[in-house]
Design a protein around this ligand. Sequence first.
Ligand code: ZN
Length: 326
Amino acid sequence: MSYTGPGFDPPQPRRSLRGPLTVALAALVPGALLGWAVYAAVDGPGNGGSSAGASATASASASSGAPSSTTPSPSGDRKPSASPTAEEPPSPSASPSAPAASGPLKGKVVVIDPGHNPGNFRHTAEINRQVDIGTNRKECDTTGTSTDDGYAEARFTLDVAHRMRALLEEQGATVKLTQDADRPFGPCVDERARIGNAAKADAVVSLHADGSGAGNRGFHVILPGAVDAGAADTRAIVGPSRDLGERIAGNFVRVTGSAPSNYVGGGTGLVTRKDLGGLNLSTVPKVFVECGNMRDSKDAALLTSGAWRQKAARGISDGIVSFLRG
Ligand code: ZN
């Protein structure tokens, strides 16, 4: 679980003639759909009779515009165990500096925002402080969720961030993290947004894994909705953020073989929200990626696998590279 507050936006039938996933998939190699179809056939989210099983035919699902059952995640973040027991292969060694001197992304700045912080649960007073997100006030940060075995979302997000940093630096990008477990808690969501803005980032991705109910599976990318309230004005970033998000969703499917969420987004893997400070306060293209549902045992088996996290990092990074290269 990455946030509390109002539920997801309702499905958006107005996009029915130009389903986001159709667009995302159109930009991909055919292998993406093939991989997804294999996933759906072998281990798809329809095992429990979920309506999302039909999403194996991506364009059909997207073009029908049929609202799926929209079940917002429970709002209560679970305190992660202080001593996760899940497998934790080492992530690539940290290399905060020394970006590649050359490469297709030379001159591009990518900010990776690893959601939450492993120390947040020791600082509940600080992270419960309310901050201004333009539309309203909201908690500074949350603890994040964890798998049933105690693998914390905050550890997951840092691990994927390190893997992404290595991949993007190989492409020549300058990569900055909003936090690297190098501070006792946070930063607050408003500061997370400001870090991307101050870096004049060409793209920002906030990494998360969800804390929804068992049986809810798959990834989704959260796009900023158009907000103009107080300090928040996302109108200039809505378009490019959607482009970024669609490319990430398509590449995530292609590389991981995971299906889009079967519980939000109507099978598109894309959800638009206006209640997240990290998006509302951004002035540069930014999306959130919910890589899977930590509270579902099948998704948890993926999220706790270092090999799968490498695929997730590559899928997201490939989407960023695609966006930045146009
Ligand atoms: Zn989260």
